[in-house]
Ligand binder design. Sequence first.
Ligand code: C2O
Ligand code: CU
Ligand code: CU
Length: 497
Amino acid sequence: MTKRFHISRRRFLQFSAGGAVVLLGGGFLFRDQFLNDGNPSSTATDVIRGQRLPVPDLLTGTEIDGRQVYDLTMRQGSMAYVPGKTTATFAYNGDILGPTLLMRKGDDVVINVTNQLGEPTTTHWHGIHLPAMMDGGPHQVIKDGDTWQAQYTIMNEEATFWYHPHLENKTAEHVYHGLAGLFIVQDPESEYALPDQYGIDDIPLIVQDKIIDADGSFNYPGTNFGVKGDQILVNGAVTPMFDAPAQFVRFRLLNGSNARFYNFGFSDNRQFHQVGTDGGLLESPVPLTRLLLSNGERAEILVDFSGQENSQVRLVSYSSEVNVSPFWNSNSLDNSTFDIMTIDVGSPTANPITALPASLASIDRLQEGEANRTRPFILEMGFSGPMTINGQSMDMNRIDQTIKLNDTEIWEVTNNSDLPHPFHVHDIQFLVLTRDGLTPAENERGWKDTVLVMPRETVRIITHFGDFADPNDPYMFHCHILEHEDAGMMGQFVVVA
Ligand code: C2O
Ligand code: CU
Ligand code: CU
């Protein structure tokens, strides 16, 4: 069990004991409203499950004039989740989600993003260090029929990133309907003995939840508190089956859900090792039996299937073990352990990875003493009012924070509400200094761009703003529960010279 889990439980106890009186006034009102506002369940009873895990195509790009060029087209697609019915979707290139973009550190990349959805949206490169104009946030709208060209140099470390729409007030809906894809950044300089045969022992897992209606459609109820479905999809297939080789397998996990968290583990409670966080590899593999991922977070894990030919195990979410908040349960899956994917172990491949690497990345840790300033970020939500950061809801015309180029900053993020909020910052990767005054769990001591802040908790992060001064084009910071983001729990910062 991770330290993070212990902390959340401690917080929960504190909350129930000390906070009860405070809650009596508005709390029950809030709870009633929340439950009434809760998410419907799927009405389809015959959803197609257990299909072979789809693996998104790998796009390596085409080299043109020394740059790697990628083409993405956002379009309407159709899938079959209920026999005899079609499900209308949005996707990049195919019918659900999008291809995995393989990029190398140091590459100059060009991504042509064409919008054929029939409505405007944007495409944001989550976790990538890039100029604000290329970020694909709410200001870089791509109108229907247009192509937007993003160009930047890959400066990030070896890790797993993702891309998704970021249109003001529409992000949640667009992602829910299928727009999301992964990026893999490789560092040609580094030689880690990690599984890297894409689709064989290096497997992307985009985990999402949906409500699927009897007519096959994705039901998007759009509640402000966060939409949680009761059908679990991996790479666009409902609780699929994966044929694993009998060796170390690397899973690149993305919580691509709008609002649901996953407390990952295996049905036999086996140990696995986390090797990577949002923005890089850890210093060494961290043994775990549970891994809590909130929305937007990624984790790379190694699971050892050596010598386990012909066995079966399930990837599950032990959601019932996490007391995130008494107000956070709106759906039957919230209090249970549910299946995500079945794994059938087959034969090993020719050159399997047979051992855990002893050490991984060296992390250049920013020290508290290096910080030029500390900024507070207070996350709040009313019972029915707006969602705010420092008392204000998102305004595209307001710059909330102005940061000096080359400064190192500590951001002190306080969750002053009864729901959890995964706090995400564009452009940079940060390190978590403390969670409620304590050192973060070992598997959180790597580069991150999204960090879960539990109810009433304060998380302090440190980062350096070393590139891309631009007084006119802002980057975003926001809660990555997409409905909270759309409801205004987002702000803008600029980096100036
Ligand atoms: Cu994953 Cu502002 O985004
Ligand atoms: Cu982002
Ligand atoms: Cu939130």
